[in-house]
Design a protein. Sequence first.
Length: 272
Amino acid sequence: MSFEQQMLAGIERREDSDGSDHRMLRRMLRATAAVSLSEVEWIRRTRATGTVLQPRVSVVDGYVVGYIAQWRDSHSARLGPAIIDLDVGAGLSLPELRDGWEPDPHAAADAQTEWKLPRSVAPSARETVLWADAELWAYALADVRGFNKTLAGVASSERAVWRWAASRVAGVLALWSGRIEPDARGAFAVAAHEVGRSALATGSRARPHIFQSPAPDLDKAAFALAQLCRKVHDPSTESDLVGALITSIATTVPTSVIGCQLRSGRTSRLQS
């Protein structure tokens, strides 16, 4: 058994013992990370879900080096167990999340402030405004199609690229699940979990060279799912978007259960 197979087997065993709280927490953290452009935005979006997010601070210099999170059930308000970021799963620790954001000293300073003094840094308009423009669905579709086109040129041996791509796809699926699946147990949640397993690896948040700007990276799709008013729909474009995401799933995780089911044409649950 290869090291990667051993790692995945360990993750599966841990998930069996952790239960659904760990899985739900991972899903939510992936969703907020996928849409956030900075650490401070991620902190605010995560806390806005009701998740309790506390900083882990270095005793040497007082710098925030990690976090402790508790997922909150939106129906019962029950809090899950407190989990440190190092135990959430590879690719979701705070240092690795930071790998997914552009280095910016000002943004880093704002994040340190927000960790210790919640709501002390004013949110940006992109975080708070709900858009009612149905054209956002078309932008999201173009983004996913462009992402898939770039992926088509990636060699199967480029594991780091595929892990990063899986992280992005899982985040978008998690966002869609949060949008339409109140109990987070629908087909999008299942797909997000399946694809996310391929991203539970060190370095999965580090942007590969082939996806440097202006290459499509699912940021527009993530933003549309997070900030588009839930009453605004474009059924035809949304159906095409589901199809494009199915292609993303089948490409990034070709042997997964969900990928095989979706490629066989069993998409009704995703489109319902």
